[in-house]
Design a protein around this ligand. Structure first.
Ligand SMILES: NC(=O)c1ccc[n+]([C@@H]2O[C@H](COP(=O)([O-])OP(=O)(O)OC[C@H]3O[C@@H](n4cnc5c(N)ncnc54)[C@H](O)[C@@H]3O)[C@@H](O)[C@H]2O)c1
Ligand SMILES: [Fe+2]
Length: 376
């Protein structure tokens, strides 16, 4: 038996923000970061919430740690809202999700639910039960998961992303691409998650570089915004793999954006998971065939399945170049010897990461260390 769950209601298209009118008469805790708190978008959100009683918590920090979540919880307990509205990228959304979870554990329900308005097209956090919280001391990234963190409503307003600068667009876009690719081969992949992952990747193929090159391209922004959410629904149901397990480990120790790390990792992980491509095409593993199928869904031309796997890696590398993203961690600013010295610890952390369990090929610490050494 397979299970595919759809929980979050999506509102999208022009005027999607007016879905906030449903919160009229409610007590709303609006969770965001300092930058977005003073944006035009915030003004639009406040306008739509004019008939609600609103308290703003705008001290969210990028890559929220447990202290940032505790601050948010304090705000929650002081106001006792009926609903939380999270406005921002993965950081405000994950903070809001974790606050909700902690409040629930203390016996505080949220009768009007969690409403999220993503302002980046990447994390997929608007439709997942995951929140990534950083351990303040070890800096390890801890992916938390609980059905209590699934948002009830996600408002996909592509205009909210128009102001995202090229670097953020590229990093979050590559994150979405990695969600689609990992979900497609993950242990929980199924026919429904496959459909969403394929479509997400095709949309990203058409739109991501356009968003990066011209941030005001409204059509491309809309497509990429939808792609990120589709990839989120796909991985929520199918799981992820060692791109994310390794990325969480590296991101906890070195300051490189999550999506940028995923772009560096993807070709190495595809090569590892697909196994020996020196085999005759008819002897390819099932996992290799899955990558080949995804390449075919992208319309990549190749003479056989084996070459199609290579074409998928080539597609990632081309996308990375077009997004002006580094191919190695050293090119991303990490010190080579510091990184190599950290490899054993990173491999151990990645092996224990929740996402690693979804990888289609079982891995050992030595396998992960081997992949890490190729990243410099
Ligand atoms: N929950 C999940 O499943 C999941 C998945 C992937 C990543 N994450 C987490 O999400 C976080 C990263 O999120 P993110 O990359 O979406 O960004 P973010 O929320 O960390 O924001 C990064 C910066 O971009 C700014 N910003 C956001 N939207 C903007 C816009 N439209 N215009 C201009 N500036 C804007 C913010 O103010 C902030 O300064 C990390 O903590 C990561 O670990 C979570
Ligand atoms: Fe991710």
């Amino acid at each position: 038996m397979h299970r595919f769950q759809l929980t979050t209601t999506l509102y999208y298209g022009p005027d999607a923000l007016s879905a906030l009118n449903e919160l009229a008469g409610r007590r709303v805790l609006l969770v965001t970061d300092a930058f977005l708190a003073s944006s035009d978008l915030m003004t639009q959100v406040r306008t739509q919430l004019r008939d609600a009683e609103v308290e703003v918590f705008d001290s969210v920090r990028p890559n929220p740690d447990i202290n940032a979540v505790t601050d948010g919880l304090r705000s929650f307990l002081g106001f006792l809202p009926d609903a939380i509205v999270a406005l921002g990228g993965g950081s405000p959304i994950d903070t809001a999700k974790a606050v909700r979870k902690l409040a629930l554990e203390q016996g505080h329900d949220l009768p009007a639910g969690l409403v999220v308005i993503p302002t980046t097209s990447g994390s997929g956090s608007e439709v997942t039960s995951f929140a990534v919280v950083t351990d303040a001391e070890s800096h390890a990234k801890l992916p938390l998961t609980s059905v209590d963190m699934l948002p009830e409503i996600a408002i996909l307003d592509a205009e909210a992303v128009l102001t995202a600068p090229p670097r953020l667009t590229a990093d979050s876009g590559m994150d979405a691409v990695s969600h689609a690719i990992e979900a497609y081969v993950a242990t929980g992949a199924n026919v429904f998650s496959d459909a969403l992952a394929e479509k997400a990747l095709r949309l990203a193929d058409a739109a991501l570089v356009r968003c990066f090159t011209d941030g005001s391209d409204a059509e491309a922004r809309e497509q990429q915004h939808a792609a990120a959410t589709m990839a989120g629904i796909a991985f929520q149901n199918a799981g992820l793999g060692i791109v994310h397990g390794l990325s969480h480990a590296i991101g906890g120790s070195f300051k490189v954006a999550h999506g940028r790390l995923n772009g560096i990792l993807l070709p190495h992980v595809i090569a590892f998971n697909a196994g020996t491509l020196g085999l005759r095409p008819q002897d390819l593993t099932d996992v290799a065939r899955r990558y080949a199928a995804l390449a075919a869904a992208l319309g990549l031309q190749a003479s056989n399945e084996r070459n199609r796997v290579l074409a998928l890696s080539g597609w990632v590398e081309r996308l990375r170049r077009n997004l002006d993203m580094p191919a190695t961690v050293t090119a991303a600013g990490v010190d080579r010897s510091e990184f190599l010295a950290a490899v054993p610890a990173l491999a151990a952390t990645a092996l224990a990461d929740f996402c690693t369990s979804g990888n289609p090929v079982a891995v050992t610490e030595a396998d992960l260390a081997g992949i890490l050494r190729h990243l410099v």
